[in-house]
Design a protein around this ligand. Structure first.
Ligand code: MG
Length: 636
């Protein structure tokens, strides 16, 4: 304790939040009972420094691994250059006297995520590795500065649009940010606890602030979606890591109840999270898994039934099924590019929950242990994902067709789209999402990437789908090939039926039919990876020409014209790259259906030339494709 510092009311207020009858807190209770709260605070700090019956599952403070990024974020943080978002690099300077309301670009994420204070854990890690007190001193300073400048003022629930003139409280105290701090301040607490700057006085400030966060979080849950999951998991963390708070058991119970309720709502029977976004799907697995691990680590497995674990296991299976052999998933919806390392780390974490899952073990260890799944193709018909593959090794081919329910906020107008990975190359990468929400400029940028027409699917007059609910019609997989049929009544008066065949597990045929009374320009769109393909506008064929010979031929039948369109893809936030995109269209003038056939051939699986490919319908659900004289009759 620093001499001369009076704790007064603050100490008694904080002590009143704690259950002082808890074993280990005898000295704190005695000092408090004797009216000596300053001594109680000293004893409380001593208690936390020696507490051994509580565990966390985040950074291990005694075994810190420091990365270059940690070092940079920590050192930048010292001079108030705060890492907020990957999409805004280099990071901005927030002033010597920190301006927590600085908003250089009106992207909501930039303003919200400042309040996740992502550089504080790295500061703690550097402090632990170097022992340099300046990191602890600065953290304690910024921690108090944040509290003073971001008061919890009148708050009318969650506001996530029209934020341009909103009060600071809507950014600093958005429940998702509050809960982010709940989780990561546990790590900061552990990392900085031995510091001379972690004084008894600071401890009281910390506990008071943390308690306010947990109380707020537990009374301001988001209505639904992944935000609610994040919030529940983090309230569980608060209750598990600070069991000394009187409400700790209630926080744990509230969080567990929400996760048990939401896992049934948000995870479809086939294991797909209902936002239909591979990135949020993965984040949801982490949430469900971490909640379970945190409860386990502290002896409260709680009331997670077996069905909870079964659902998480299915979610994990979905992730490796839609992944290409490089461990990456299609960038459907708001997904962003990840890395093999990150995915492998996730698989390792998930393996702790399912040590008997031999395929998961294979992916977690990059093949050193475990075995690959015995099956290849697989459909997830509730979520509307159909995966056609000929294997799991790096030379495999993987097509993922997406046509499911409406999905939630992150889902796009993309029913019927697909990605196709062949031998290390993603030939039809999704356009991605580029950016989230903000002012009108930001929203316009976001909306470009959400359009139906910038996906590999069918449109009427290039418009966005009016109805985004697809129907599962058929799924069949055999060692000789696969077929998936889906139907999307996407527009008033127009239904799109798409059948995808993986013929002999060598090449793909897509049979599209647009039926109904609507008239207009019916087009199928194809978005290629950045390259300079050979395009035959007259014969409607496109051939990529990578010098390594790993190419595809695409040829379309039934289209009146082939036109080049604007094409972009964004794999990371606010980064985009131009790429070739095409529309193949036919004017629908009457009630007669418009039908297309697309043949896509990876050139190293079949010796084919565009001129030697023919195809025609033989009936409403049957067609014949001819390649180099060989006929392939197909039906569904
Ligand atoms: Mg997309």
């Amino acid at each position: 304790m620093m001499p001369g510092v009076a704790y007064g009311a603050e100490a008694s207020k904080v002590l009143s939040l704690l259950d002082l009858s808890r074993p280990g807190l005898e000295k704190v209770a005695a000092a408090h009972a004797a009216g000596n709260d300053s001594l109680a605070a000293v004893e409380l700090l001593d208690y936390f420094r020696h507490r051994t019956d509580v565990n966390s599952i985040g950074v291990d403070p005694d075994n810190v691994k420091l990365s270059k990024t940690d070092r940079k974020w920590a050192d930048d943080g010292l001079r108030h250059v705060f890492f907020v978002h990957n999409g805004y690099q280099p990071s901005y300077f927030y002033g010597d006297d920190i301006n927590w309301q600085y908003w250089p670009v009106k992207d909501n994420e930039l303003r919200w995520q400042l309040h996740r204070t992502k550089w504080w854990v790295p500061m703690g890690k550097v402090y632990r590795v170097t022992g340099d007190e300046k990191y602890a001193k600065e953290w304690a300073y910024q921690y108090r500065d944040w509290i003073v400048k971001n008061p919890l003022t009148q708050f009318d629930g969650i506001k996530d649009s029209n934020l341009e003139d909103a009060d600071n409280v809507y950014f600093a105290w958005r429940p998702l940010e509050v809960c982010d701090r709940l989780e990561h301040q546990i790590e900061q607490f552990e990392l900085f606890l031995p510091s001379e700057h972690f004084t008894p006085d600071f401890l009281l400030t910390f506990l008071d602030n943390y308690h306010r966060h947990a109380t707020f979080a537990n009374t301001h849950y988001s209505a639904k979606g992944n935000h609610l999951l994040f919030e529940a998991q983090r309230v569980i963390f608060a209750g598990a890591f600070f069991p000394e708070f009187r409400e700790a058991a209630a926080w744990r119970k509230a969080g567990v109840d929400i996760l048990n309720r939401e896992i049934v709502k948000q995870v479809l029977p086939d294991g797909v999270q209902f936002e239909l976004d591979p990135g949020y799907h993965k984040a949801s697995i982490n949430i469900f898994g971490k909640a379970l691990q945190m409860m386990d680590a502290n002896g409260y497995r709680g009331e997670f039934p077996q069905s909870y674990l079964d659902a998480v296991r299915k979610m994990v299976e979905f992730t490796y099924n839609i992944s290409s052999p490089d461990y990456l998933q299609p960038l459907f919806s708001d997904n962003h590019l990840t890395t093999k390392n990150v995915m492998q780390r996730s698989y390792k974490e998930w393996l702790k929950l399912f040590p008997d899952d031999s395929a998961l073990r294979y992916f977690a260890t990059d093949g050193a242990e475990g075995t690959l799944p015995e099956y290849t193709s697989r459909a997830f018909t509730d979520g509307g994902f159909y995966v056609m593959r000929n294997g799991w090794t790096p030379d495999a081919t993987v097509l993922v067709l997406k046509a499911g329910p409406k999905g939630e906020w992150h889902n796009q107008f993309d029913n019927g789209t697909f990605s196709l990975w062949h031998n290390g190359r993603d030939f039809f990468p999704d356009s991605g999402s580029y950016i989230y929400g903000g002012d009108s400029t930001v929203i316009a940028q976001r909306n470009w990437f959400r359009q139906t027409a910038v996906h590999n699917t069918l449109t009427l007059d290039n418009r966005n789908l009016e109805n985004r609910v697809s129907k599962h019609i058929k799924w069949e997989t055999t060692p000789q090939g696969d077929v998936a049929v889906v139907e999307t009544p996407g527009y008033e008066g127009l239904t799109h039926r798409r059948a995808v065949f993986y013929v002999d597990k060598k090449f793909f045929v897509i049979a599209d039919e647009a039926t109904g009374t609507a008239k207009g320009d019916v087009a199928i769109h194809y978005q290629l990876l950045p390259c300079d393909p050979e395009v035959d506008y007259k014969n409607k064929s496109i051939v990529t020409n990578f010098p390594d010979g790993n190419n595809i031929i695409l040829k379309v039948f039934g289209a009146d014209k082939l036109t080049k369109e604007e094409g972009w893809m964004s794999q990371e936030y606010r980064k985009k790259e131009e790429r070739p995109a095409f529309a193949l269209s036919t004017e629908k003038k009457n009630d007669k259906p418009v039908r297309f056939i697309t043949v896509i051939i990876p050139t190293d699986t079949l010796d084919a030339k565009p001129g030697k490919i023919k195809a025609h319908y033989t009936g409403p659900t049957s067609l014949v494709v001819e390649i180099d004289g060989k006929k392939y009759p197909l039906s569904f």
